[in-house]
Design a protein around this ligand. Structure first.
Ligand code: GAR
Length: 184
């Protein structure tokens, strides 16, 4: 069975969804790694029987040094693929040149790269919004698109409703992208 490692920083709803849909069925989730010791996703993955590791960036002198340690931990699991699901770090070449990874981003890339993508796409004049899963490369949110799905913004739509639609699409297309990349 193909092996994946999941990286996350916060709530971990996408990480939880990946485990619930794919773990021990389509692929094996070897570990969840987070850079935040209080990330809510730790509890979610632990309760699903997934080992988690915390690697805080505070103790490192540079981005490259942190990424070097992260790469070392990831490679100890020998994964076929690394899945960034809400991992809020800018990655150096130490990571991008050594790790085969995909990332989920809550906008129709190349629009709204970077932080607050949901809010910026909600506040924009765009009618068509959506979610992208893409390959990770050295450019922030810049790698080749694997799966993208859009929806139409409704008139008088609230941010809450808009975010809920984004999340629903995320839970659908992230597992789809993983299967596509792993060719399962
Ligand atoms: C998700 O909406 C994901 O698309 C976004 O962070 C959220 C994590 O939520 N990622 C980015 O904005 C990456 N630039 P989760 O921890 O509940 O899965």
């Amino acid at each position: 069975m193909k092996k994946i490692v999941i990286l996350f920083s916060g709530d971990g709803f996408n990480a939880q969804n990946i485990v619930q849909k794919l773990h021990n069925k389509e692929c094996f989730v070897a570990c969840g790694i987070t850079n935040k010791k209080d990330a809510k996703g730790i509890e979610k993955l632990t309760s699903l029987g997934i080992q988690t590791k915390v690697l805080q960036h505070g103790g490192f002198n540079s981005r490259e040094e942190f990424d070097g340690k992260l790469v070392e931990i990831i490679n100890s699991y020998k994964p076929d693929l690394v899945v960034l699901s809400g991992f809020m770090r800018i990655l150096s070449r130490v990571f991008t040149e050594n790790i085969k990874a995909i990332n989920i981003h809550p906008s129709l890339l190349p629009k709204f790269k970077g932080t607050r993508a949901i809010e910026r796409s909600f506040e924009s004049l765009d009618n068509e919004c959506g979610v992208s899963v893409h390959w990770v490369n050295s450019e922030l949110d810049g790698g080749e698109i694997i799966v993208q799905k859009s929806f139409l913004k409704e008139q008088n739509e609230t941010l809450e409703n808009f975010s809920a639609k984004i999340k629903q699409i995320e839970y659908e297309i992230m597992p789809e992208a993983i299967l596509k990349v792993l060719k399962i």
